[in-house]
Write a protein that binds this ligand. Structure first.
Ligand SMILES: *Cc1c(COP(=O)(O)O)cnc(C)c1O
Length: 456
């Protein structure tokens, strides 16, 4: 049978999809009790994938069997309640279900003409996002893979606009011989910000680095004088401490100078939609923002969001012509991002927000923060030192010595019962906890602290 007939046959019978769903549901059922990181016995199963590309492929059913048998045990159980690594969110069930349905649609979200539904939901979620985060009316949104790319687009808009104001069209002339752009960021900025600056030709050596305070917030007393050639990048949610910059004052200073402000709010920008919105006060005075769906909001991967106050800055930065451009009547999502073809992330965002509602978003964010505080208080009670002020969902802690902290982390990671990562904070090796899955509850926190005590 030729490959086209093989594919048609699988599509007609449809049972491989039922098989996929059956495996998926089995995985889901076992998720809460799965080892959080694969054991070494499971990891050796990955060798099963070391095969030559076969001359003749296999059936869809055999492929699913192989994935389920050797792949499922080698996943990281980050939706299971006791995964606290990096800042990795869980997944809202309604959004996962919507994802399954809409994967069958196989949409290209580049243009209105390639997917009216993706285009419509991008329009709707843009309005919802702006309202939910309290951003200026008329701000536009682009959907990308993650905050790294979203930040890159925010910086691209800034670069375009700062140079345009000086009569320099960066799209046609490039950066060679262009007026200098000053880039001011805090010592506490995320590494992805520096990557984005590098990609855009602004260079890491040109950065004016402002010292940060004990929590990783930009120290306003050390801010250099700003001017209209300056891009100031602030942060909502430091990846170690969860701390937020002082947006009110910093944005006022930047606005008076005519500087462009971008806020990296990968996980923290959602604070604006919660009862902790005092942390994000003043974000509406910035010019662009980047935030993830797949962290705090628990959307499926991969979903990054760039928002820009001025439609013309973002759209023009991404065009080949240097004209100051506006969008047409029908929304072509590709004009707000760097890609042409891409999957329909607007559906993931829409289904998540539509399920949670305004109140649900607030409850979700609040609970992550409350649980982080709970974790910190139990750790302190049990004689560990918490290094940060826990204002959001991040907790840093250490054991008695660096050696015992390292040992503890290693044992925890091998236990399969929970998972933390490490970081270096103010020259101290520390364990970093991120409470980022909606599925985590108080019992998970208590069980986790019991395991830590036993492994100490
Ligand atoms: C995670 C994170 C990023 C990068 O986001 P991705 O979605 O992984 O690209 C940027 N900034 C901060 C503060 C983060 O926590």
């Amino acid at each position: 049978m030729n490959v086209h007939d093989r594919m048609r046959k699988e599509l007609q019978k449809g049972h491989i999809f039922q098989k996929a769903l059956a495996h998926a549901l089995e995985y889901l059922e076992e998720l809460p009790d799965r080892e959080v990181f694969p054991s070494s016995a499971h990891l050796t199963l990955l060798n099963e994938f070391d095969e030559e590309l076969p001359e003749d492929g296999g059936s869809g059913e055999a492929i699913l069997e192989k994935l389920h048998e050797y792949g499922s045990p080698n996943t990281v159980a980050q939706g299971g309640g006791r995964y606290y690594g990096f800042v990795n969110g869980g997944i809202v069930p309604a959004a996962l279900a919507a994802r399954i349905l809409t994967d069958f649609w196989d949409q290209n979200a580049g243009l209105y003409l390639t997917s009216p539904i993706a285009s419509k939901l991008e329009e709707v979620t843009e309005r919802w996002m702006v309202e939910l985060l309290g951003l200026p009316k008329g701000s536009v949104m682009g959907l990308v893979t993650g905050t790294t790319t979203a930040t890159m687009l925010g910086i691209a808009s800034a670069r375009y606009d700062i140079l345009r104001r000086q009569g320099w069209d960066v799209n046609s002339k490039g950066l060679f011989g262009a007026p200098a752009i000053r880039v001011v960021i805090s010592e506490g900025a995320h590494s992805s910000v520096i990557r984005a600056l590098i990609f855009l030709g602004l260079g890491s050596d040109n950065i004016e680095l402002v010292p940060a305070d004990s929590q990783g917030r930009l120290d306003p007393t050390r801010l250099p004088p700003l001017d209209s050639n300056t891009l100031l990048i602030l942060q909502a949610g430091n990846v170690n401490t969860g701390a937020f910059d002082d947006f009110q004052n910093l944005c006022d200073t930047a606005n008076r100078a005519g500087a462009w402000v971008h806020i990296d709010g990968a996980f923290g920008l959602w604070g604006a939609a919660s009862s902790r919105k005092h942390l994000t006060a003043g974000i509406e005075k910035a010019d662009s923002w980047s935030v993830d769906g797949h962290k705090t909001l628990n959307t499926p991967y991969d979903l990054g969001i760039v928002l820009c106050r001025n439609q013309g800055s973002l759209v023009s930065a991404l065009e080949t012509s240097g004209a100051y451009l506006h969008l047409g009547e029908k929304r072509d999502g590709m004009r707000l991002v760097a890609e042409m073809s891409r999957r329909a992330r607007s559906i993931d965002l829409w289904s998540t927000l539509r399920f949670l509602g305004r109140r649900g978003v607030a409850e979700l964010v609040d609970e992550l923060c409350n649980l982080a505080e709970y974790m910190a208080s139990l750790l302190t009670e049990n004689g560990f030192e918490v290094l940060n002020e826990v204002v959001f969902n991040q907790v840093l802690f250490i054991s008695d010595t660096e050696e015992s902290t390292r040992q503890l982390l290693e044992r925890v990671q091998q236990s399969g019962k929970l998972w933390f990562g490490s970081t270096v904070w103010k020259a101290k090796y520390a364990i970093r906890v991120s409470v980022c899955s909606w599925y985590t509850n108080r019992e998970d926190i208590e069980r986790s602290v019991e395991v830590i005590k036993a492994l100490r």
